[in-house]
Design a protein around this ligand. Structure first.
Ligand code: PMP
Length: 436
């Protein structure tokens, strides 16, 4: 008998098979943490097989900004499905992709005119890195093939992206010999609501003075460093970094995969510093969290440079590039954003989280509480036991997934005041009941 058949199929979701055969993000096959079976998701609620309904505090990792089971995104996908779900993008094009590119050019900072549709955030970062190297080749700089980036950054799990993630957090040591060697500088320490300390820019300046002639681009997450520490930094750092790059022929890649589409209180985090990066990566909330799709945008200058290099073309072309279903979902999601309600929603979420999460600062176990836009972070003094704390969150009717010392929420923009109040109250209650 084949091993697969050794597992009984119950009426429900086969958790035993899941545990034995199915990898979840960053988990062990030998001793995985428990997973909770979901049967339905609607609005801000995730419904478990056991019948419990949880208020989602994660927006499924920054992506589901308009809520689950959103009628207009559902309709858009269904309509597209009846016409075509996929067609290759080599030599063919279609309305959903053209409409999406128009919307992206229109909504993103002025000057980002060229759009590459990629399959996931990590792939869009790979594309951005390739764009930068090909641009420099086009300009005649064969040696500009390194990247400079900030410590505590996170840009994805594929090799190129990982090579610009914080070396410790993304465990570069595991892949010794396989990863390109890039340049890491100290991340800024001035917080958005503080006076800017110009010495924050020194490490970047010095590294560029020393090695600028080898550097193709600076890649960073604007204003919010996400998975590498949930750190918020001052917009003057971003503006200063852009000026330093411009003066030294280095491109700026803004990874807005997490921050894009309103999450920080601006449609794109680059707007806090009034800059247009040379290249911008988008993903996550692009489809309203319905399916995987990402985009890498660049300026005309970058596109010209790429065209001038020997290859004459941008060397990337995934099978599912511009998938029509994903583009239709993205068009519906962006149309919702274009209505403009998101700004008031995010402002309200920020106000309420600032008031409610501040209460966590009184707990002995808490190091710091910080809120920016619709991102609320409670940094603990010690790492939490994810398995244990998650049990308590679920028992209390909320879905929150901490990592390390970071317990954070990034609610959906459509969350009501009452639902958000419940989420914050229960979150703090669970933290206050934790031992140790
Ligand atoms: N960049 C940033 C800033 C991210 O937060 C993420 C995902 N957490 C990625 C890149 C990678 O995106 P994906 O998981 O879609 O590959």
């Amino acid at each position: 008998m084949n091993d697969k058949n050794a597992h009984p199929t119950t009426n429900g979701i086969d958790l035993e098979f899941d545990r034995d055969h199915l990898w979840h993000p960053y988990t062990s096959m030998k001793a995985p943490l428990p997973v909770y079976p979901v049967v339905n998701a609607d609005g801000v609620y995730i419904e478990l097989e056991t019948g419990e309904r949880l208020i989602d505090g994660m927006s499924s990792w920054w992506s589901v900004i308009h809520g689950y089971n959103n009628p207009s995104i559902n309709d858009a996908i269904q309509q597209q499905l009846s016409q075509m779900s996929h067609v290759m993008f080599g030599g063919l094009t279609h309305r959903p992709a053209v409409e999406l590119a128009k919307k992206l050019v229109d909504m993103t900072p002025k000057g980002l005119d060229k759009v590459f549709l990629a399959d996931s955030g990590s792939v869009s970062v790979e594309v951005a890195l390739k764009m930068a190297i090909q641009y420099q080749l086009g300009k005649g700089y064969k040696n500009r093939n390194k990247f400079i980036t900030l410590k505590h950054g996170y840009h994805g799990d594929t090799f190129g992206a990982m090579a610009v993630c914080d070396p410790k957090n993304s465990m570069h040591s595991l892949y010794d010999g396989m990863l390109p060697q890039n340049i890491f500088v100290d991340a800024p320490t001035s917080k958005p609501d503080q006076q800017f300390d110009p010495s924050d820019l020194e490490p970047l300046k010095q590294a560029i003075e020393l090695q600028g002639s080898e550097i193709a681009a600076l890649i960073l997450e604007p204003i919010v460093q996400g998975a590498g520490g949930m750190r918020f930094y001052h917009s003057e750092f971003l503006a200063g970094a852009k000026a330093i790059c411009d003066a030294s022929g280095i491109l700026l890649i803004a990874d807005e995969i997490a921050t894009g589409f309103g999450r920080t209180g601006k449609l794109f985090a680059c707007e806090h510093a009034n800059i247009t990066p040379d290249i911008m990566c988008l993903g996550k909330a692009l489809t309203g969290g319905y399916m995987t799709l990402a985009a890498t945008l660049c300026t005309d200058k970058v596109a010209q440079g790429i065209s001038d290099c020997d290859a004459g073309v941008l060397m990337h072309g995934p099978t599912f590039m511009g998938n029509p279903l994903a583009c239709a979902a993205a068009n519906a999601s962006l149309a919702l954003l274009q209505k403009g309600e998101w700004l008031q929603q995010v402002t309200q979420i920020e106000k309420l989280m600032k008031r409610e999460l501040a209460k966590a600062a009184d707990l002995n176990s808490v190091q710091e509480v910080r809120v920016l836009g619709a991102i609320g972070v409670i940094e603990m003094k010690k790492a939490v036991d994810v398995g244990e704390i998650q049990k308590a969150f679920v028992k209390n009717g909320i879905w929150v997934r901490p990592f390390g010392k970071l317990v954070y929420i990034m609610p959906q923009y459509i969350i009501t005041e009452e639902q958000l109040q419940f989420l914050c109250t229960k979150l703090i209650q669970v933290l206050s009941e934790q031992k140790g």
